[in-house]
Design a protein around this ligand. Sequence first.
Ligand code: NDP
Length: 603
Amino acid sequence: MSSDSAPIDHSALRKKYREERDKRLRPDGNDQYIMPSGRYAHFLEDPYVKPVEREPRTGEVTVVLIGGGFSGLTAGARLKEAGVDDVCIIEGGGDVGGAWYWNRYPGAMCDTAAMIYLPLLEETGHMPSKKYVFAPEIFGHAQNIAKQYGLYDQALFSTQVTGLEWDAASARWTVRTDRGDVLRARFVAMGTGPLNHPKLPGIPGIESFEGHAFHTSRWDYDYTGGDAKGAPMDKLAGKRVGIIGTGATAVQCIPPLARASKDLYVFQRTPSSVDERNNHEIDPEWFGTLEKGWQRNWLENFATLQTGGITDKDLVKDGWTDIAQRIRGRIMETIRNSPGVQIDEKFLRRAFQECDDEKMEEIRARVESIVEDHGAAQALKPWYSQLCKRPCFHDEYLQAYNEPAAHLVDTDGKGVERIDATGVWVAGKHYEVDCLIFASGFQFGSNHMRGGGFPVVGRDGLTLQDAWAEGMKTLHGMHSHGFPNLFIVGPSQGANLISNITHNLTEAGTSIAAIVAHALERGAEQVEVTQEAQQAWVDMLTSTRRGFMGNPDCTPGYYNNEGGPIGQRELLGGAGYPKGPVAYFKYIDKWRRSGEFEGLEFR
Ligand code: NDP
């Protein structure tokens, strides 16, 4: 597209991006959000199942996995493969699945290609139905992993961990829950996820709304009709619906809402960048030709291309790898046209910026070519670099604004002004709604990074909160000194590959299984990272700014601490291996295979 149009004025774009960012900067940063409470306290409850009555569980377990999402499931699967059978998942939801248990909103799907996002495809033999699969298939895959690996046998669902305490005398963790369980665990892995608590915008008057309301992660199909599998939401036919938020979730649920509601008011603060999806079915014949070990190759290929590396083939070929491919093309072109030219960091930065500008011009042109209403089309254009916010991909989102029921209410970066008993105010105008849907996202950062959640009391009474008072401190994002036999699972301080979260988790699961099996084999009661190894890792992480907290120039969002100051805590919480995810995966594989587990002490 851009090759046919006028050349891009890069400096004018920089100015426009800064102006748009400045409109959105707010002194309260992250504090603009509130946890659901009062009238909205039930947003934290599980609408899908009633907790099963059961007696509290006590006794000894080899490994407790906190969280039944893909962290817990992949760790559980790898532990079982390593011969560690005594594994107990503790999960707040009524089943496994994590984000895919909670997020059942209409249209929910994964933005990362299923061939790489769904873990353990070769182990389970599951063939994804499409290039990008919908939430029910992902939830089903999670359930199948749990079934295949016997992870349901001991699992405790609808159960929240309330505290972990290290008992040095017995070298066991005491795990307490809100169902009265008191387990003594030899090892504990916490896969509690960085985005697992729904948050609400602290808009004045939010408590006063008297209509129906819910958060997207607790979709109320009783009210809307329809179901998570895509049945139309017939009960909305006569309803005026308002939705606050236009992030990755809203982009997916707005099309079905626009088709079902009498009127749909979309209250927008910042438009998402929405590239094409181009979904298609997976051909079983082709899938059958894939050779053993294919998923690892695909994972490596995607991670390489998505993080700026070069390979011969683009196996996934999607919006995530597109920008990397463009940069590669530019480098090749430069080398062809000017042999001997130096491809240094400055060149790469410029190439990235120019390719990004080109991409974003295409995304803006796409809005214009799809959205019929001129005003709406202008307001739906994103003015920031593509990776400032979670990029979105959809073939029905922009089209939804051509539905007669859909009304875009753009707030020009200011956000909703206030909420009252009957509706929403923007720029002095009142929009009356019967139902208000909060697509306002999730509190970012692990509970411990943010000082919430359950207490974790390690050796000598040290709490994880205190240990991390100045920021997360670990080896590999997983081991924290003072907390023997505890594994923290998440992308931070490891590969930090955010375009394919499960890749981080599967690797973490493999590490946990290797360490636990090694400890059991040697009869080691305790495994702990040394202070020196932890410090060396943290020093290495802070030697660069790689990580997704790195760009304060971006429009505010949870990737950059809502535009607030990025201090040591934020840098550490968002840090990744300086040489990038691909190098990290190679490093950690070697680290595990060596059998030395350098940096850990087995006692
Ligand atoms: P987000 O945090 O991305 O979006 C919240 C939205 O609420 C933003 O559009 C935000 O605007 C808006 N908002 C907040 N306050 C106000 C206000 N006062 N007035 C108006 N609007 C407001 O949440 P999502 O649930 O969309 O996504 C969360 C994450 O979940 C994603 O980033 C992604 O990681 C994950 N996800 C992944 C998917 C996948 O395919 N794997 C699919 C869906 C979600 P602003 O942008 O201005 O802050």
